[in-house]
Design a protein around this ligand. Structure first.
Ligand code: FAD
Ligand code: NAP
Ligand code: NAG
Ligand code: NAG
Ligand code: NAG
Length: 527
């Protein structure tokens, strides 16, 4: 008799849900169903004119913050014609192509209301999932062998409250519902928060507003998407030999190195009104290419935190009243898994108890995982994909988790490291460095490239993996579902980067070593 197929429920058909479906399908042996509460797949990257509660939301102008090669799926290189920084429509299409084979598993307008342990959970590890059909209002409950929670965590706006905020007569909103900027025409706008959303909001509104103020408590290091020679910054800096310095040197030293050799050349942090008082590696990087020019033109003025609101304006710390019409909170997002049974995802001493940010350690069965619950320093999609490939192995019974004690100890140790680097916050536990985290997850199921072996068997590939852009195809060189095209994809990744602009190969638009040396020497005599 063939072994019984396991029934798996995937909750949410955003990018993470689609990646999970693809990985489970690739492993095989599962009956898959995916519940999606809206009427379309794609989650955050399915653009909506009207934001949906609890679903990530972008502006019409949002583009990805990582480039196509750096964020690619490990066996699905983007087309060479694709733009490097994709617009929301392009990333949506890329993932539609990628998940073509599993779209049939998705049931739309189905909202999961409850996930509970089944009556025989202790023995079987099964879950009872209650779903509501949002069109008919009907609810139904079924039992599954496994549940993957893929509902995202950048979708529940965090609204601060400042003294006097309710006296304010202007408009207050969160970037979650910012869809256009025409309502800011000739208005004075205050944007609160200097993450990616804050910078986007300040830059966009300043194109039409009378004046924009960007208020920030702790400042930020801002990186451009465009790096040296017009190449995407991340393809230049997201390389093993650079990122893995973090494994050998204190993060403050590596941060100082990066700030002085790269960041400060774009815009010296001492030029900001509110200077960041943290190492580059202690907070999410904030990405924006126009911010510098907006500061230089005075269209955006940086201000410290808001002390309090007045009837028609705000008072920044140590400042007089600044009158304004609109306040946009770009203050980030909180997390919640509202349908999960109490006590599954637990917060203890400020720590989120999830093994490798995925598995509740106290459950006796590894049949439920939280997917994509990461704040990645770097691109988020490759780590999500490795999570999904690992979960597929775990659900198939080919990988085991360690004991509860070992898992808890690991969570605690890492959380403490994270607190010392990032400071305590809501999501400190789930902050990860991309390459390190990817390696860690890949090594759970044998997909981490054996660099030592590659050094001897294929030195050219070795050099590319260490010194070239760190692309996820490297996790298909070995292990389950390895891919014959992986080596070629790694070797040619820079070709796909330069192609959309130049229609040429990387080598044809690159300077040789001596030219670069001469350029570097010439730069020494410039101011
Ligand atoms: C403005 C903005 C820009 C961003 N830019 C980047 C970027 O450049 N690079 C990057 O890597 N990340 C970026 N992110 C992070 C973003 O969260 C990820 O890119 C990615 O979209 C996360 O996918 P997800 O599937 O985990 O979550 P989501 O995209 O939020 O999808 C979750 C899905 O689950 C569904 N769902 C929720 N609750 C239920 C329920 N109870 N029942 C059924 N279905 C449910 C939702 O409808 C949704 O479709 C950005 C986020 C925002 C908001
Ligand atoms: N593709 C893109 O271009 C793009 C666009 C938008 C967002 N994103 C991604 O989406 C995620 C969310 O980004 P985000 O910018 O919305 O959130 P975020 O990165 O969490 O930034 C929130 C900002 O708000 C500030 N803040 C929070 N609470 C505050 C309070 N009570 N008072 C004053 N300031 C407060 C924070 O300041 P402190 O630092 O002082 O805490 C921080 O500057 C990020 O991972 C980001 O990379 C990407
Ligand atoms: C900057 O950070 C250091 C330690 O990280 C702290 O001692 C100092 O008070 C901070 N300065 C400001 C102006 O916040
Ligand atoms: C891009 O956004 C993702 C997800 O929000 C984040 O984890 C990552 O740090 C951001 N990357 C950069 C380079 O800002
Ligand atoms: C620097 C450090 O130890 N970071 C850890 C933060 O927490 C995550 C999740 O447990 C780990 O993967 C990181 O290694």
């Amino acid at each position: 008799m063939a072994p019984k197929r396991k029934k798996i429920a995937v909750i949410g058909a955003g990018i993470c849900g689609m990646i999970s479906l693809v990985s489970l399908e690739e492993e095989g042996g599962f009956d898959l169903v995916c519940f999606e509460k809206t009427d379309q797949p794609g989650g955050t990257w399915c653009y909506r004119e009207v934001p949906e509660e609890g679903v990530g939301s972008t502006m019409p102008t949002t583009i990805l913050n990582h480039s196509k090669e750096i964020g690619a799926m490990s066996n699905f290189p983007p087309k060479k014609e694709s733009n490097n920084f994709m617009k929301h429509r392009e990333i949506y299409e890329y993932f539609m192509d990628y998940s073509r084979g599993v779209l049939k598993c998705i049931q739309f307008n189905m909202e999961v209301l409850k996930v509970r342990r089944s009556d025989d959970y202790e023995k079987t590890g099964k879950w009872r999932v209650t779903v509501k059909n949002r069109l008919s209002g009907e609810t139904s409950t079924h039992v599954y062998d496994g549940v993957l929670v893929c509902i995202g965590h950048i979708n529940r706006p965090k609204m601060p409250s400042f003294p006097g905020q309710d006296l304010f007569q202007g408009r207050i909103m969160h970037t979650h519902s910012l869809k256009g900027v025409s309502f800011c025409k000739d208005k004075t706008v205050v944007v609160v928060g200097m993450g990616c959303s804050g910078l986007d909001a300040a830059v966009e509104t300043s194109n039409v507003a009378k004046q924009v103020y960007l208020s920030t408590r702790s400042g930020a290091h801002v990186i451009n998407r465009v790096g040296h020679r017009g190449l995407p910054t991340d393809t230049l800096v997201f390389r093993r030999y650079l990122c893995q310095l973090l494994d050998f040197l204190p993060y403050k030293v590596v941060g100082w190195f990066f700030e002085s050799t790269y960041l400060d050349l774009q815009f010296d942090q001492r030029m900001y009104a509110v200077k960041p008082n943290h190492s580059f590696f202690s907070k999410d990087p904030a990405l924006n290419d126009q911010f510098g020019s907006k500061l230089l033109s005075g269209s955006v003025i940086q201000k410290p935190n808001i002390q309090r609101f007045t009837k028609n304006g705000v008072i920044f710390e140590g400042d007089e009243v600044t009158e304004c019409d609109v306040v946009i909170m770009a203050t980030g997002y909180t997390w919640k898994f509202p349908f999960l049974e109490e006590g599954i995802v637990m917060k203890e001493e400020g720590r989120i108890n999830l093994y490798k940010c995925m598995f509740p350690p106290h459950l006796p069965h590894a049949t439920l995982a939280i997917m994509g619950f990461l704040l990645t320093f770097g691109p988020a999609f490759p780590s999500g994909e490795l999570q999904a490939r690992w979960v597929a192995q775990v659900l198939a019974g080919k990988c085991k988790l360690p004991s509860k004690e070992v898992m808890l100890k690991d969570i605690k140790r890492r959380h403490e490291n994270n607190v010392s680097r990032f400071g305590p916050s809501d999501k400190t536990t789930v902050r990860v460095d991309c390459i390190q985290y990817c390696d860690e997850i890949a090594s759970q199921f044998g997909a981490k490239p054996n660099l030592f072996k590659i050094l001897f068997t294929d030195p050219k590939l070795f050099l590319k993996i260490i010194f070239g852009p760190s692309v996820s195809y490297q996790y298909r060189l070995q292990g389950p579902h390895s891919w014959k095209g992986a080596r070629e994809a790694i070797m040619t990744s820079m070709d796909r980067v330069v192609w959309p602009m130049t229609k040429r190969k990387a080598a044809e638009v690159q300077d040789g070593f001596f030219r670069r040396l001469i350029h570097a020497l010439l730069r020494l005599i410039l101011p």
